[in-house]
Each structure stands twice: as structure tokens, then as C-alpha cells.
Design a binder for this molecule. Structure first.
Ligand SMILES: Nc1ncnc2c1ncn2[C@@H]1O[C@H](COP(=O)(O)OP(=O)(O)OP(=O)(O)O)[C@@H](O)[C@H]1O
Length: 230
């Protein structure tokens, strides 16, 4: 039997004095999942939990069938994370070196690394920029580089936390298209862009650290819009 992608049972996450997540029950196997909700509702905490970066302080969680505490290293190997600020993820001086850096833990050897980097740069339209200084790219190019660094590892699950926030409409569309395209990965997408959330297969609405609604994006968004209208 294959494992459910996201399975949470009574999950709580306490950060300092704050219950960032409380009593979260979820059983989701949709390929792409949008996570919506107001500021401070727990979306990023949920994303970090799904990436194995934060452990539950109550309840149990299984992500890709893995325990995010006992199997955190395995989970981080199979999951890639993309944040809104690509500068936080760019570490190497040139574009090609930065993408190759993501593959270091996989110890693939020089030829396979070069082949994968080449293929990934082409996929994200970065081939011509391969020798450019990574910190001198435009914001849109930097986010595409961050995506390349995530996807070069061929992750099973990509967690993207507001990946289009700082992008113009054209680049936001490009980044969203790459994330949503069925390239053999699952996606958890935290976003305030409800049109983007509507393109996912399922959606979750958080409020005050709890799951307020889960299901078809159109239904969940309608519920969220009703809350926003109050
Ligand atoms: N490191 C931390 N220490 C203490 N409290 C935290 C920490 N990180 C987040 N919180 C709190 O946990 C709650 C949920 O935060 P979270 O970042 O998950 O919300 P969010 O829905 O992603 O918000 P936003 O839309 O503003 O990014 C908030 O009350 C926040 O202040």
C-alpha cells in the first residue's frame, strides 16, 4: 500500500509561548495542495512541519509516510523547499555552481552532476546565465535559480512558501507554472494569491493555528472569502 502524502493526527506545534498549530487533523493525497489563511494563522509552520524543519509537540505526523522526527534526515532528502526570498537560498558565486551545490549530498560524481545541472538550467531557462554571478540576477531570475536548486534533486515533494510574493506578474506566472507542472513531484503551496490557490488540486484553510476548511480549492476559497468579508 502506498503512503498518504500528508497525514496529521491531532498535531500541535508550540513555538516559544505560541501555539502555532493546534489539533490539526489532515489526510491529504492530492498532488498539489494550496495552503491559505490570514497572517499568523499557521501556514508557514505547517509548511515547515511538512518539510521536516519543525517537529510536532503534540499528536503524530507522517509526511510521505515518514515520521518527521525519527526520519527527519530521510524526509529532508526527499523534500525540497522554496521560500519567498530567493537570496536566502542562493549560496554559490555563479548560477551553475549554485545549482550543482544542491546536489552535493547526493555524491553523484562529476559527469552526472554536470549532466543534471545542464538539464535543469535548460528547464528553467537559465542556460545562457550559467556563468553569471548569482547575486547579480534580477529577482525573477533569482527565484528561477532557487527553483532549479530545488528541482535538480528530483524531490518527491516541493514545499513552496509564498514563492511569488516579490515577483512581477509575468515572473509570478512563470514560477507558478513550473511549480504546478506535473514533473513527478507533489506540491504544498503556501500563498495569499487566491487565483494561484485555485489552480491546485486541493486546498487547506488555516485560522488561529487550526484547520478551518479542507477540500476543493473553489469551496475552500469561497469559505475564506466569506471570512474576509466579515
Ligand atoms: N519562531 C517563532 N517563535 C514564536 N512564535 C512564532 C515563531 N514563528 C511563528 N510564530 C507564531 O506562530 C503563529 C503562526 O505563524 P506562521 O508563520 O506559521 O503564520 P503564517 O500563517 O505563515 O503567517 P504569514 O501569512 O504572516 O506568513 C504566529 O502567531 C506567529 O507569531
Amino acid at each position: 500500500m502506498t503512503s498518504r502524502a500528508l497525514l496529521l493526527d491531532g498535531v500541535g506545534v508550540r513555538l516559544g509561548e505560541v501555539d502555532a498549530l493546534r489539533g490539526v487533523d489532515l489526510d491529504l493525497d492530492a498532488r498539489t495542495v494550496a495552503v491559505v489563511g490570514e497572517n499568523g494563522s499557521g501556514k508557514s509552520t505547517f509548511a515547515r512541519l511538512a518539510a521536516g524543519l519543525v517537529a510536532p509537540t503534540a499528536g503524530t505526523a507522517r509526511i510521505l509516510g515518514l515520521d518527521p522526527v525519527r526520519q527527519a534526515a530521510e524526509l529532508r532528502r526527499r523534500v525540497a523547499v522554496v521560500f519567498s526570498n530567493p537570496d536566502a537560498q542562493i549560496v554559490m558565486p555563479t548560477v551553475a555552481e549554485d545549482v550543482a551545490f544542491s546536489l552535493r549530498p547526493d555524491r553523484l560524481g562529476r559527469d552526472e552532476t554536470r549532466r543534471r545541472v545542464q538539464e535543469t538550467l535548460a528547464r528553467f531557462g537559465l542556460s545562457e546565465l550559467r556563468e553569471r554571478s548569482s547575486h547579480e540576477l534580477s529577482g525573477g531570475q533569482k527565484q528561477l535559480l532557487a527553483l532549479a536548486g530545488a528541482f535538480v534533486r528530483r524531490p518527491e515533494l516541493v514545499i513552496a512558501d509564498e514563492p511569488t510574493t516579490y515577483l512581477d506578474a509575468r515572473n509570478a506566472r512563470l514560477v507558478a507554472d513550473h511549480l504546478l507542472a506535473d514533473a513527478g513531484h507533489r506540491l504544498v503551496l503556501v500563498t495569499h494569491d487566491l487565483a494561484l490557490a485555485a489552480r491546485c488540486d486541493a486546498a487547506v484553510l488555516f485560522a488561529g493555528g487550526r484547520v478551518e476548511a479542507v477540500g476543493r480549492p473553489a469551496d475552500v476559497i469561497a469559505e475564506y472569502e466569506a471570512v474576509l468579508a466579515c
